[in-house]
Design a protein around this ligand. Structure first.
Ligand code: ATP
Ligand code: MG
Length: 418
């Protein structure tokens, strides 16, 4: 019988890589703390309506990328394709944002989208996500964008570009939408099939179509900046001023609309020059209508999601540091079968003192044990002599020197030297 493999688009993150993931997540956790964000753990599956109403019926995610199934109770369930809708749901459900209060939450974990797998694009992928709820002013947008930039700065990513846009609000977007429909109607023969279907339902999406011909048409489309209402125009100007105050450079891209319907006003992406076509390492923006679209009160929000898989690829390619690979410092070896029990006792004693220690439990010969010391700094050897003298032979594996240490002093001896 053939071995059962992991489903297409999923990956195993193995020991050779997992410590690097831990480094990224620890860095995110520290950065979030420094920016005043608290961590939340939310369900990986939600009611399907949360995404169809929150993310939007006409988005790629809802139209073709969701893992949706009926559970045994006949309810339609979806594996979360993104985090924001869940964070907003949890905020409303748990009253985290009542009476003008605000909530700053972050989370990380797997997301699921049925896409064509390729480098930097998977069906189960990981995001670090931060959301600031309850603040309508541009200061919150600037804080979120600066948080994204600071996380990447700490991780040592180079060659990044911040791209921003405003996508308007429920007051000014309908006007812009109409202008776009009129414009694209006149260029129907130059649009791809997907964009033709977008024309009536979601013409803004044509703006970020990757098809070359659609791109040319989109380049000359009416400018969103001419359609923004005063409020959106002012908000955008303040976001830009705030970013400049913090010393960040950015590029304006009027074609940046992003794939999710819930965005209002600010939309942004962080692009890497080292990722090929899957070049976005993070994306985010403001979503003042999301809370009400899932049945709640109007709670403004702004947030971002960072693709951990892609950050990992860029860090590897740019030779960024992941800190030190965790290693065992001490190998405890049994010289003869009679000391195997004592070896396990000493190993546990070292571990209790936060010293990373390893011993053999598979019955290896002494010679084989000494071959297994790998990159350890010390080998502690216990044989019948050591047991009789209540001592341990400690070999410094860097200089080869061996000393006999009283059993009760071994932990202190090692502790002061690793
Ligand atoms: P893309 O245009 O690359 O499909 P997106 O607009 O669908 O991205 P978002 O929904 O904004 O992506 O998600 C935020 C981040 O999550 C992206 O910038 C990217 O780094 C990452 N991401 C999105 N989809 C995938 C995927 N299938 N595999 C790996 N990472 C992903
Ligand atoms: Mg996508």
């Amino acid at each position: 019988m053939a071995i059962i493999n992991a489903p297409r688009g999923t990956r195993d993150i193995l020991p050779s890589e997992s410590w690097k993931w831990a480094y990224i997540i620890n860095m995110a956790s520290q950065t979030m703390k420094d920016f005043g964000f608290s961590e939340v753990h939310l369900p990986i599956f939600e009611h399907t309506e949360l995404f169809s109403r929150g993310v939007g019926e006409t988005t790629d995610i809802v139209e073709k990328e969701m893992y949706t199934f009926n559970d045994r109770g006949g309810r339609s369930i979806t594996l979360r394709p993104e985090a924001t809708a869940g964070v907003v749901r949890a905020t409303l459900e748990n009253n985290l944002c009542v009476q003008g209060a605000s909530a700053k939450l972050w989370s990380w974990g797997p997301m699921f989208r049925h896409e064509r797998p390729q480098k930097g694009r998977y069906r189960q992928f990981y995001q670090i996500d931060a959301e600031c709820l309850g603040i309508a002013g541009a200061g919150a947008d600037v804080e979120i964008i600066s948080l994204t930039i600071e996380l990447f700065r700490r991780l040592g990513l180079k060659n990044l570009e911040v791209v921003i846009n405003s996508v308007g609000c429920e007051k000014c977007r309908p006007v812009y939408r109409q202008k776009l429909i009129e414009y694209f109607e006149g260029h129907k023969d130059e649009l791809c099939e997907t964009c033709l279907t977008r024309l009536d339902r979601n013409p803004l999406r044509i703006l970020d179509c990757k098809n070359e011909s659609c791109g040319h048409v989109a380049d000359n489309a009416p400018d969103i900046y001419d359609s923004l209402c005063d409020e959106c125009r002012e908000h955008f100007a303040e976001v830009r001023k705030g970013l400049e105050r913090l010393g960040f450079s950015y590029r304006l891209n009027k074609r940046l609309v992003r794939g999710l319907d819930y965005y209002t006003k600010t939309a942004y992406e962080i692009l890497s020059g080292d990722l090929g076509s899957q070049n976005a390492v993070a994306g985010g923006g403001r979503y003042d209508n999301l809370a009400s679209s899932i049945g709640g009160p109007k709670v403004p929000g702004v947030g971002f999601a960072c693709g951990v898989d892609r950050v990992m690829i860029v860090m590897e390619e740019q030779g960024c540091s992941f800190g030190k690979m965790p290693a065992v410092d001490v190998y405890v070896a049994a010289l003869g079968d009679d000391s195997r029990g004592a070896v396990q006792v000493l190993t546990y004693e070292l571990r209790k003192n936060n010293i990373a220690a390893e011993c053999d439990t598979s019955g290896k010969s002494f010679k084989a044990q000494m071959k297994a010391v790998g990159s350890c700094k010390f080998a502690c050897i216990i044989g019948t002599d050591e047991i009789a003298n209540h001592s341990v032979s400690v070999k410094n594996l860097q200089d080869g020197l061996q000393e006999t240490i009283a059993y009760d002093d071994v932990t202190e001896y090692i502790k002061s030297r690793v």
